[in-house]
Ligand binder design. Structure first.
Ligand SMILES: [Zn+2]
Length: 193
């Protein structure tokens, strides 16, 4: 048997009788389209346009949350990734620079050549070795610096893309059925893990 529920139109206050299985109703007095909300203790109606506006607002907030989440994940990944480039020296941390690599290479080469010229006899070989090691180390740190700069640019670009909302449409697609805040939080927690 269908139970009829007494409920008031939230627009004009007219009393309505609706089957308790129905979620939407049109007021037969003012023709407003209504959504029926039910809690454990009370049922009430809301104008449908209000519901749609609330959903749009919720959607916007979810998109914003998702952006924050993406930014946070990106920043965390970058912090982790850039550690492999860090140079620790004299208790200070610096990042590789291309100029630093070139300077190191020139210094190694000059000192190596100087030793090769000035040192007596077999010590000249030591100069050549110094030269080779200096050049190799310089080239290596220069290429590291290039790699680091490239990664850093990629990171900046990804950040810009997120801020510009480039991924919002994918997310909107997934939001077709808007999750409840609880579902969304659970999803966030899973993503963080
Ligand atoms: Zn009404």
């Amino acid at each position: 048997m269908i139970e009829l529920e007494k409920i008031a139109c939230s627009n004009c206050g007219a009393p309505l009788e609706v089957p308790d299985s129905v979620d939407f109703v049109t007021c037969n007095h003012c023709t407003t389209q209504l959504s029926i909300r039910r809690t454990e203790s009370v049922s009430y109606t809301e104008k449908l346009e209000q519901v749609t506006a609330d959903q749009a607002q919720l959607r916007e907030r979810l998109v914003d949350l998702e952006r924050q989440n993406r930014l946070a994940t990106l920043a965390r990944n970058w912090e982790r990734h850039k550690k492999q480039y860090e140079i620790h020296k004299d208790g200070k941390t610096s990042m590789p620079s291309e100029v630093g690599g070139i300077v190191g290479m020139i210094m190694g080469a000059v000192i190596g050549i100087f030793i090769a010229i000035a040192a007596p006899g077999p010590m000249k070989l030591f100069g050549l070795l110094f030269f080779a090691v200096g050049v190799i180390a310089g080239l290596r740190s220069q290429s590291l610096a290039k790699q680091y700069n490239r990664d850093y640019r990629n990171y900046r670009r990804s950040r810009k893309e997120i801020l510009a909302g480039k991924h919002d449409s994918d997310f909107n697609e997934r939001l077709k059925s808007v999750p409840t805040p609880r579902e969304y939080l659970e999803q966030l927690e899973e993503d963080v893990r």
